[in-house]
Write a protein that binds this ligand. Structure first.
Ligand SMILES: Cc1ncc(COP(=O)(O)O)c(C=O)c1O
Length: 380
């Protein structure tokens, strides 16, 4: 029988109760609270549609694996790391030296900028896109060239390739892109890599495929086959999205061994906990569960899209577990209003000041959340 979250917490004993306690929003620096003037004791919202997590939690097999891993909690996680690296290498048809593990793919994005960016080797990225590469680049004094997305909210790949000349160190391509939910097909990515090889032959191209498992557009393909012929192409993946392990922290890069070796010195040693290693391996062995999560996301996303479109709002194409809805009003004020009713949505992403980024929760959550959205959309 599948383990519920409650079973899991009970299984942890007395510590479970403390884990279940709900901390205050302000105390966590939660995405939901960022940029909003909320009292520090505002409770964490009951419905969290702000961070593109999997609302259903991990696979039961992953929860079982986490529980078993606790028996090894006093040991450094060398063995779990080795096992995960081997499992990922097998899954992607490469040798383990082609895999770098990270404490979430956030760590991968950070070490990639550390390894390949410098004061005279800028980072080229899009705007808006996932911010971590820009954050670490600014911290390190790596110059940043941000290329606005186009009118259809897709990455402007031509402009990004041009911006890479003459000496970009690293180009960040989030495909599908967070927060716009748009995707580029395999052909467009191929052409982009060819263009970059002309404009900036030495630049490393980092393709972030955090939402890979949600893509349904048949023109899309992972860039992993490309990196087998190009040492300067790298793919980042995560267990935080469809696999439901955002709180456990596991991500990875796939690239040729020389590229991985250049990043490894920047990695946090033992950055994958025993629990994360075990849970990630169990998830890789549970493809039926992943397919079920894809189905749930597809259905609930269609329900959510129909809600907004039924009210006359435009929702852009989405190849992810979130949507961007143009609610034709200040999305920051809308977000704050929804929070007062216990629903957290994504923050505002300039220049799209009237777009709300809404992660897809469970069907039950979306039924309740859309009642809150309806209420606040009805008020002028
Ligand atoms: C595009 C993208 N990349 C990377 C991440 C980071 O995920 P994690 O560090 O949990 O693997 C996120 C999280 O939202 C994301 O949207």
């Amino acid at each position: 029988m599948p383990l519920t979250r409650r079973d899991f917490l009970r299984g942890l004993g007395a510590g479970g109760a403390a884990l279940a306690a709900r901390p205050a929003l302000g105390a966590r620096g939660l995405e939901a609270a960022r940029g909003l003037d909320l009292p520090r004791d505002t409770p964490i919202p009951a419905i969290r549609l702000d961070s593109n997590e999997n609302p259903n939690g991990p696979a039961p097999a992953a929860i079982e694996a986490i529980k078993r891993s606790l028996g090894e909690a006093s040991r450094y996680p060398d063995n779990p790391e080795d096992l995960l690296r081997e499992a990922l290498a097998k899954a992607h048809g490469v040798a383990p030296e082609w895999v770098l593990l990270g404490c979430g793919s956030t760590e991968i994005l950070r070490v990639a900028v550390m390894a390949f960016g410098s004061a005279d080797r800028p980072l080229v990225t899009a705007a808006p896109t996932f911010e971590e590469p820009v954050r670490i680049a600014r911290t390190l004094g790596v110059p940043v060239k941000e290329i606005p997305v186009d009118r259809a909210m897709g990455l402007d790949l031509d402009a990004m390739a041009r911006a890479a000349a003459p000496g970009a160190g690293i180009i960040f391509v989030c495909n599908p892109n967070n927060p716009t939910a748009t995707v580029h097909g395999a052909r467009a990515i191929d052409d982009f890599v060819v263009a970059v090889r002309r404009s900036a032959p030495k630049a490393v191209i980092l393709l972030d495929e955090a939402y890979h498992e949600y893509v349904e557009d048949p023109s899309y393909a992972s860039a992993i086959p490309m990196l087998k012929n190009d040492a300067r192409v790298m793919v980042a993946r995560t267990f935080s999205k469809v696999h439901g392990l955002a709180g456990i922290r596991a991500g990875y890069a796939i690239a040729q061994p020389e590229t991985i070796a250049a990043m490894r010195p920047y990695r946090l040693p033992s950055g994958i906990s025993a629990a994360a290693g075990a849970a990630a391996v169990a998830t890789l062995n549970a493809p039926a569960h992943t397919r079920e999560e894809q189905r749930k996301n597809r259905e609930t996303k269609a329900f959510t899209r129909a809600f907004f479109e039924g009210l006359g709002y435009t929702v852009g194409p989405s190849e992810t577990n979130f949507i961007m809805a143009d609610i034709r009003r200040d999305s920051r004020a809308f977000k704050a209003a929804c929070l007062t009713d216990g629903v957290a949505i994504g923050r505002q992403f300039p220049p799209f000041l009237t777009h709300a980024r809404i992660s897809i929760g469970t069907m039950d959550e979306m039924r309740r959340a859309t009642r809150v959205f309806r209420k606040h959309l009805a008020s002028a």
